[in-house]
Design a protein around this ligand. Structure first.
Ligand code: ATP
Ligand code: MG
Length: 1069
């Protein structure tokens, strides 16, 4: 089952309540019996219990009472997370659980600072002890721990295995049946930490020490000792491991055939092969439990000696059981086997013969003398058994005292510890109805009756208190008051117990039968008392003559009076007590006080003793706020999942659960705080949904008005609404279920809206964060840039101001920048050709460097240019350079020649006469050009070829060499400064073979003269004459060539025998 929603915490803040059983009540029943439609029907009650049990829901409430059905299997609902679920959560807000009761009690204790008590009752095997252990565990785990007392929780928990070992036994009904009633107080300090504890024990079933029913066992500790104790220990205790060797562990009370039949018919499984020796129980590991108990004794604070003394007593009981008696001829009794008695004497530190004597004789003290009377066989056996029971019973009480010492709030804790509140846990027998009910059942049922009385009183009181605090008029609750039965049992001088005591003490012949008669005489007309004699015919049939019937609040019970007197007497011979008083075992000597022996007063009878301690317990309980846990056993076979309706009905009756429910339902079936009610049902009214802003009671009033509640159906208190019938609540709940899809839709829509809004807000916030971070960064960057820019500008301006200074910090930036930018600009604007003379104007600081760079650049360009020139061009250039050196600005037609290439030759080899070529063979013709040769006299023009070789030049006509001119003999070369082609080769005058200078006209005069100057190496012998050139003629004559400007070129004989050369003007611009 799932529980959802919000819960109400201590401060009462509202959480959404999902009462799951309300929503799924058809399947799993209601989680509170108060909500049962037919609360008077036992069948409906059991059906609800069954439905829940089927779903493993073992807990159900009757108001604040928790009904628990023993699941006989581990349900995994006791884990730590489960504890956490119930912590701080109000009773009704979550599924019923033992932890809910534990937690509510704890919180009530803390908030009201009042003592609390949890009553746990139920039939044997219904789970009382388990419930009390769960409660203790809950406190040990969830409560804060006290700094100095961290082990109190541990000790409280550890007291359980000890008490269980000594006080629990396997019975037909329960493998671990508590054979005593237990009330335990847990004390808490102001922080809510457990700081102390106290245990009260009631009515230990001592008879079990000496005999057990078939299929049952003695107290666990005997088997644990024999199974778990090591060999040395057993040897020391004179014990053998086999339990079959001990009469007290194998002796069984014989069952009548009728008893066997009745037990079988109730589903009790008996192992008939196991004739009383039931030493092994499959669900119990004695060996392991032995270790647990020994460890627990250590935790509780037992020292070696205490343990030894305790074990000596346990062993002595076993030996005592083996003591056999024989009857002498005169009826006197004697002990037939001495070893057991010797062992007992050794283990208890008593005198063996005194003990033997005491077991076989009785000491009677009259006013005058002491008389010793031998016992008969039955009396001796009874004395032995009485001693065993007394020793064990008193040791058990001592053990509880010892545990109490260990749990007691330590003095160093002090801080007026009386103020510390307690939570009491009462694990006590519930109503018990067996086939044969004896003295014990009488006491147990009397206890139940008293507790029921207390329950009614407290429940009605709290009910009434609630009505008063809520301001609701008290309505009389109809219930059965069991005072009449309690009085029947306990009334002074008149009650059953008093009569029993009287019968025990009365001198003369008394017996169980006389006791029954006395009862009949006294209560003959009592409505709750019946005997065979008093009964009508029908009842008589089912009653034996030895029985009396009491009509308890929970039902009728027949008690067999057999053994009532003996059990009530519970006496032990005086001389046995005396022997025990002298015991060397400190536990025994503590348990058997000397005053007891000397005191002449009769000891209290068992029933009266029980009554008195019960009344004391009730006094304790009366002062506490009660909570109830009613345990139910689903079947007798200890089987999980099996729900025996007959058995459960029986318990529902005897636990008085219907009575519980009736009391609870006497007023209103359902009550809730306004807050919780409104929180759950507000969707059913438009005015309260989704939120009620006004006062809570107004909200509830509006809601119930809208729901159409009739005035008699409900009442509004101060803080709670009270609804009389479950039907009203169920209709409201059904309406809520029907409304749920709509609510779910609304919730879904608003949840989605909320989620999307939240998402949007998150994204928006994220965007704003990113945006502002980004803007911040951008702003910071911009500011940084601006700062840098301002800084730069400042430095720039400063630098500008100081620009004419030497390089210094003030102007370094500026100058560097100017230089850098100039150099960068320059690198992009360098001249690309040698002819390009442009150059960027440099800043003053870089003038020198600029010039340097310019030169470097030029040199670089030139170098690059030169590297690119091919050899013929180089040759060409050389010639052009020479021509430039010779003629630039000297001769008019030079500029025209610049643009024309000098050819290698103007006469191809084929154009030269072959003979001439052969003549010149050895001297290679380097250059040839057609020229016109003028006679020196008549100036007759003759076409010739001028061929230049390495060392001479020749003039050739068509067939032969006409003249050879050695360069070595050449005196000079003259040309005019005009644009004519006249060339005069000056021959040396002494050379007769040469008939004077040679006058030539050539159309390529610049080319010719350049090549000739180069080949003949006569660069310094070139004359450029303006106006006229003198030349030497034959035989010492001297001639002149005059140059004039004219319209066209004309070479002719001029005046005075000069050669007149008319030269056309050239426009050189
Ligand atoms: N809540 C539970 N979950 C699982 N098993 C349980 C639970 N309660 C009881 N039992 C089983 O039932 C057995 C009997 O329980 P328990 O000893 O508490 O009964 P009891 O009411 O104390 O009986 P008695 O009156 O004989 O002492 C346990 O040993 C355990 O096996
Ligand atoms: Mg128990």
């Amino acid at each position: 089952m799932r529980y959802q929603g919000r819960e109400v915490d201590i401060e009462g803040r509202v959480r959404l309540v999902m009462e799951s059983t309300l929503t799924a009540r058809d399947r799993v029943g209601v989680q509170d019996f108060v909500l049962l439609e037919n609360h008077n029907s036992e069948a409906a009650f059991i059906e609800n219990l069954r439905r829940r049990f089927r779903e493993n829901l073992i807990y159900t409430y009757i108001g604040s009472v928790l009904v628990s059905v023993n699941p006989y299997k581990d349900l995994e609902i006791y884990s730590k997370p489960q504890m956490e679920r119930y912590r701080g959560v109000s009773f009704y807000e979550i599924s019923p659980h033992i932890y809910a009761v534990s937690d509510n009690t704890y919180r009530a204790m803390r908030t009201t600072w009042r003592d609390q008590c949890i009553f746990i009752s139920g039939e044997s095997g219904s789970g009382k002890t388990e419930a009390s252990k769960k409660i203790l565990l809950y406190y040990a785990v969830t409560c804060p721990t006290h700094d100095h007392m961290t082990t109190v929780g541990d000790r409280l928990l550890q007291s359980n295995p000890i008490l269980e070992a000594f006080g629990n036994a396997k019975t037909l009904k329960n493998d671990n049946s508590s054979r005593f009633g237990k009330y335990m107080d847990v004390q808490f300090d102001f922080k809510g930490a457990p700081v102390g504890g106290h245990i009260l024990n009631y009515l230990l079933e001592k008879s079990r020490v000496v005999h057990q029913n078939h299929g049952e066992r003695n107290f666990h500790i005997f088997y644990q000792l024999l199974d778990g104790g090591d060999s040395d220990l057993l040897q020391m205790l004179h014990l053998e491991r086999n339990p079959q060797n001990y009469q007290y562990l194998v002796k069984v009370r014989s069952l009548t055939a009728l008893h066997l039949f009745k037990l079988r018919s109730r589903g009790v499984i008996l192992n008939l092969l196991d004739q009383g020796s039931c030493s092994k129980v499959s669900s119990i590991s004695d060996k392991n439990n032995w270790k647990v108990v020994m460890n627990a004794l250590l935790v509780i604070g037992f020292n070696e000696e205490d343990m030894q003394n305790l074990l000596n007593i346990i062993a002595s009981v076993l030996h005592l059981g083996n003591t056999q008696f024989g009857e002498g001829e005169e009826g006197e009794t004697h002990i037939t086997n001495e070893t057991p008695i010797a062992n007992v004497a050794k283990l208890l530190g008593v005198n063996a013969s005194a003990l033997g004597e005491a077991l076989t004789h009785k000491k009677l003290t009259t006013k005058e003398e002491e008389v010793i009377i031998p016992l008969n066989f039955e009396q001796a056996v009874a004395a032995r058994d009485a001693l065993a029971k007394a020793v064990y019973g008193r040791t058990f009480t001592w053990l509880v005292e010892k545990i109490n010492q260990s749990l007691a709030l330590k003095d160093d804790m002090d801080h007026s510890n009386k103020a510390f509140p307690v939570i009491g846990l009462l694990d006590i027998y519930g109503f018990e109805v067996l086939q044969n009910n004896s003295f014990e059942q009488f006491c147990i049922n009397y206890c139940s009756e008293k507790l029921q009385q207390l329950f009614i009183e407290l429940t009605l009181r709290s009910e009434q208190e609630e009505y008063t605090t809520e301001g609701i008029a008290w309505e009389m609750v109809q219930y059965f008051d069991n005072k009449i039965i309690c009085d029947l049992i306990e009334e002074k001088h008149k009650g059953i117990i008093s009569i029993l005591d009287e019968e025990c003490m009365r001198p003369g012949e008394t017996s169980d039968a006389s006791f029954l008669e006395k009862l009949e005489d006294t209560f003959g007309s009592h409505p709750h008392f019946v005997t065979h004699k008093l009964a009508n015919g029908k009842t008589r049939k089912v009653m034996s003559r030895e029985e009396f019937r009491l009509l308890h609040y929970a039902g009728e019970v027949n008690y067999n009076v057999n053994g009532f007197l003996d059990k009530n007497n519970d006496s032990m011979n005086r001389n046995l007590k005396e022997v025990m008083c002298q015991s060397g075992n400190p536990i025994i000597s503590h348990c058997f006080s000397r005053e007891e022996v000397t005191d002449q007063k009769r000891p209290q009878m068992a029933a009266t003793h029980f009554k008195n301690s019960l009344l004391k317990l009730l006094e304790i309980l009366m002062t506490k706020e009660p909570s109830y846990v009613r345990c139910v056993k689903p079947n007798d076979a200890k089987q999980p999942g099996h729900f025996d309706e007959v058995l459960v009905r029986h318990q529902v009756r005897y636990l008085g659960l219907m009575e519980n429910l009736r009391v609870r339902r006497a007023g209103f079936a359902y009550r809730r705080s306004f807050e919780a009610f409104l929180q759950r049902y507000k969707p059913l009214c438009p005015e309260t949904w989704p939120k009620w802003d006004g006062r809570l009671e107004d909200g509830v009033a509006t809601l119930v008005n809208h729901l159409g509640y009739q005035p008699e159906e409900y009442k509004l208190g101060r803080s709670k609404i009270f609804i009389r019938l479950p039907k009203t609540l169920f209709l409201t709940e059904d309406a809520l279920q029907a409304k749920k899809p709509e609510i779910a839709l609304t919730l879904q829509t608003s949840w989605r809206g909320y989620r999307e809004r939240a998402k949007y807000k998150r994204i928006r916030h994220a965007i704003i964060v990113i945006q502002s971070a980004w803007r911040g960064m951008k702003g910071r960057r911009r500011a940084k840039r601006r700062r840098r820019a301002a800084d730069l500008i400042r430095r720039f301006i400063k630098g500008f101001i100081y620009r004419h200074e030497d390089y210094c910090p003030e102007n370094e930036y500026f100058l560097d920048h100017v230089r850098y930018s100039f150099l960068m600009k320059l690198s992009k604007n360098l001249p690309t050709s040698v002819l390009d003379k442009s150059w960027l104007a440099s800043p003053p600081s870089l003038t020198e460097a600029s010039e340097h760079l310019r030169k470097l650049n030029m040199r670089n360009m030139v170098q690059k240019y030169c590297n690119r020139i091919q050899s013929e061009w180089k040759n060409q250039m050389t010639q052009k350079v020479v021509a430039s050196e010779l003629f630039k600005d000297q001769k008019d037609n030079y500029p025209q020649s610049v643009g024309r290439l000098f050819l290698d030759t103007r006469i191809e080899r084929e154009q030269i006469n072959l003979k001439v070529l052969q003549t010149l063979d050895s001297d290679k013709v380097l250059y040839g050009v057609p020229v016109t040769k003028y006679d020196r006299r008549g100036f007759k023009p003759r076409p010739r070829q001028l061929l230049l070789s390495n060392t001479f030049a020749v003039l050739v006509d068509r067939t032969k060499i006409k003249q050879r001119i050695d360069y070595a003999a050449l005196g000079g070369i003259s040309v005019s400064s005009l644009s004519d082609g006249m060339v005069v080769l000056h021959m040396p005058p002494e050379d007769k073979k040469q008939k004077g200078d040679v006058l030539l006209h050539c159309n390529h005069v610049i080319e010719l003269v350049t090549k000739l100057a180069l080949i003949a190496r006569m660069l310094n012998y070139i004359n450029i004459k303006p106006g006229s050139i003198r030349y030497a003629g034959a035989r010492g004559h001297e001639g002149i060539i005059d140059f004039i400007r004219g319209s066209e070129l004309k070479v002719a004989k001029g005046k005075r025998g000069h050669l007149l050369v008319t030269v056309p003007r050239i426009n050189n611009t």
